[in-house]
Design a protein around this ligand. Structure first.
Ligand code: AMP
Length: 295
C-alpha cells in the first residue's frame, strides 16, 4: 500500500480529484499527531466505510488557550508517517501553521450550546478552534466520511452539530475509546506523565467504572452515582478533578432525575501539569476487560 504525503492544500486536492474521477470514496481522520492505537483504530474504521483514507496531522494552535500545553505537545512526524502507512491510509496531510492560518485570516466557526459545559468551562476558546480547523480541513479534503473518537465525546457531538447546522455533505462516524490494559484512555498526552502520575491516572477510569457498577446494580439517582465516583477520585490526592458529571449523550444536558443507560459520565482532571479526560456510557458492561475492549 503506497502512502502519499501532501504538504500543500493543492496536493491534497489533486489526489482527491483523481480518486473521485476513478469513482472511489474518501474517508478522513483529522489528528494532532503523536499517533497511538486510538488514532489507528479510527483509520481502520474509516477503511471499513471508504476506499481511500486521508489522515491529517496538525497541532492546531487556535484550540489551545494561553496557558495550555501547545509548546509541550508531543510530536513525532516520521514515526507518525510510518504508522499511518502501516494502518493502510492513502494520504497524509502535514500542513504548516502559516498555510492554515495565513496573515489576515479572521473567520471562525462556532457551535453554541454543546460547547459550553464540561471542557468549555475552562477551555473557553477550545471548541471554536476545533470547529474552525475541522471546517477548513473538511473543505480541503471534501471527504464522504470523517471519523472521530468518542474519547473526546464533547468534540464528537460538537462536530455532528456543526455538520448538520452548516450542511456539510459528510457522514460523521464515532469510534470507541481505545485503552491501556489498566483502563486509562490512550492519549498523546499520557507520555507527559511521570511514572507516579501514570500510576494514579488509572483512577479516572476507575471512578467511571464505579458509577457504571452502581448503575448496573440498580442505582439510578445521579447524585448517588456521582458521589461514589467522586469518592474514588478523591482517594488520589495528586489528582485535581476539574469536573465529574452525568449528561445525556445527545444534547449534553445535565441528568438531574433518573439516569438512563445511554447517559454518559464525564471526567476531566489534572495530574501534575497534564490534563486528562475520559467518559463512558452508564449502560455498557463495566468489567475492566469489557471496558478495555470497548466503551
Ligand atoms: P487528537 O490527535 O488528540 O486530536 O485526536 C485525533 C482523533 O483521535 C480524535 O477524533 C480523537 O477523539 C481520537 N482519539 C484520541 N484518543 C483516542 C482513543 N484513546 N481512542 C479512540 N479515539 C481516540
Amino acid at each position: 500500500m503506497t502512502l502519499a504525503i501532501a504538504n500543500t492544500i493543492s496536493q491534497v486536492r489533486d489526489h482527491v480529484r483523481r480518486w473521485r474521477q476513478a469513482g472511489l470514496s474518501i474517508g478522513f481522520v483529522p489528528t494532532m499527531g503523536y499517533l497511538h492505537q486510538g488514532h489507528l483504530s479510527l483509520i481502520d474504521k474509516a477503511l471499513e466505510h471508504t476506499d481511500k483514507v486521508v489522515v491529517s496531522i496538525f497541532v492546531n494552535p487556535t484550540q489551545f488557550g494561553e496557558n495550555e500545553d501547545l509548546d509541550r505537545y508531543p510530536r513525532d512526524t516520521e514515526g507518525d508517517i510510518e504508522k499511518v502507512r502501516q494502518a493502510g491510509a492513502s494520504l497524509v496531510f502535514l500542513p504548516s501553521v502559516e498555510m492554515m492560518y495565513p496573515p489576515g485570516a479572521q473567520t471562525y466557526v462556532e457551535v453554541q450550546e454543546v460547547t459550553r459545559p464540561l471542557c468549555g468551562v475552562t477551555r473557553t476558546h477550545h471548541f471554536r478552534g476545533v470547529t474552525t480547523i475541522v471546517s477548513k480541513l473538511f473543505n480541503i479534503v471534501q471527504p464522504d466520511v470523517a471519523v472521530f473518537g468518542k474519547k473526546d465525546y464533547q468534540q464528537f457531538v460538537t462536530i455532528q452539530r456543526m455538520v448538520e447546522d452548516l450542511n456539510f455533505p459528510i457522514q460523521i462516524v464515532g469510534s470507541p475509546t481505545i485503552r491501556e490494559k489498566d483502563g486509562l484512555a490512550m492519549s498523546s498526552r499520557n507520555v507527559n506523565l511521570s511514572s507516579e502520575e501514570r500510576a494514579a491516572a488509572r483512577a479516572l477510569n476507575l471512578s467511571l467504572r464505579k458509577a457504571r457498577e452502581l448503575f448496573a446494580a440498580g442505582e439510578i439517582r445521579p447524585e448517588r452515582l456521582l458521589a461514589e465516583a467522586t469518592a474514588v477520585i478523591e482517594a488520589y490526592p495528586q489528582i485535581d478533578c476539574e469536573y465529574l458529571e452525568l449528561r445525556d449523550s445527545h444534547q449534553l444536558q445535565l441528568v438531574r432525575e433518573k439516569a438512563q443507560p445511554s447517559d454518559r459520565i464525564f471526567i476531566a482532571a489534572k495530574i501534575g501539569n497534564t490534563r486528562l479526560i475520559d467518559n463512558a456510557p452508564l449502560g455498557e458492561p463495566c468489567t475492566l476487560d469489557a471496558i478495555v475492549a470497548q466503551s
